[in-house]
Design a protein around this ligand. Structure first.
Ligand SMILES: [Zn+2]
Length: 250
């Protein structure tokens, strides 16, 4: 049974079903690869006020459910860039943005999966650690301390509990920390009275929280952090821009 409305977790206004897609809809469809239909319907709800779009189905999933059904042995097939290509390109981005300031940076890669990016950075002389809720079993956020650069690449769209994510990130921040994160903005790609035909809205990839620019701004305000945007994919949250980041961020 489908509820005809839910409350938007970002702004508490009314969200209504936008469309239903098959659970096996995956991002590789954009490259012509289609998985067999699973027959499991996944509803995405769209907030009429801030345009945050989310799949409530996953709110009830346990960590075990995610590991068994999404982040399983098949995951690299539907996200082949995960193991090598993406960490390498993230290394290049960080080197371009902050490479000259690396001696001033204590970096944490949040949600970094296998820790590859952090390893590559350490090999280049960075002070970097990795934390992933799925792979850093037993490590508590409060034991990690604070970091002045936190990256969360391709994390926000995977999280069913966006407030849990923001609490973790803000706990890891000091007053002059920068959270640099990537998630594709939904503006222009998801809209009312349209079916979902955006490749990024793919349950099989675990893409279950899809942000508009407005919803990222509002979410940040709830945690007293300001949003900065580099492009449709890369954004940052900070209380105040750290001095070492001023030359490369606006
Ligand atoms: Zn909203």
């Amino acid at each position: 049974m489908v509820m005809n409305k839910k409350l938007c977790p970002v702004c508490n206004n009314v969200a209504t079903p936008l469309d239903v897609v098959d659970f096996n809809k995956c991002c590789e469809e954009a490259r012509g690869q289609f998985l067999p239909i699973s027959g499991i319907p996944i509803y995405y709800y769209h907030c009429s006020s801030c345009s945050f779009t989310f799949a409530p189905e996953f709110e009830m999933w346990t960590e075990k459910d995610f590991l068994e059904k999404i982040y399983n042995d098949e995951y690299t097939k539907i996200d082949p860039d995960y193991l090598e290509v993406r960490p390498q390109s993230q290394l290049q981005i960080l080197t371009q943005l902050f490479g000259e300031q690396k001696n001033l940076i204590q970096h944490l890669d949040y949600g970094g999966g296998n820790g590859k990016l952090s390893l590559l950075l350490r090999q280049e002389g960075w002070n970097s650690a990795a934390y992933d809720p799925y792979t850093s079993g037993g490590v508590s956020i409060s034991d990690l301390g604070t970091f002045n650069l936190i990256t969360a690449f391709e994390v926000f769209e995977h999280v069913p509990d966006i407030h849990g994510l923001m609490k973790n990130l803000t706990q890891l921040m000091s007053d002059d920390s920068l959270v640099l994160f990537s998630t594709l903005i939904s503006d222009g790609n998801l809209k009312p009275n349209n079916r979902i035909n955006w490749w990024y809205a793919s349950p099989r990839n675990g893409h279950i929280s899809l942000f508009s620019q407005k919803s990222l701004i509002l979410l940040g305000k709830k945690y007293s952090v300001n949003l900065g945007t580099l492009n449709d994919d890369f954004h940052c949250y900070c209380r105040q821009l750290p001095h070492w980041a001023r030359h490369s961020m606006k």
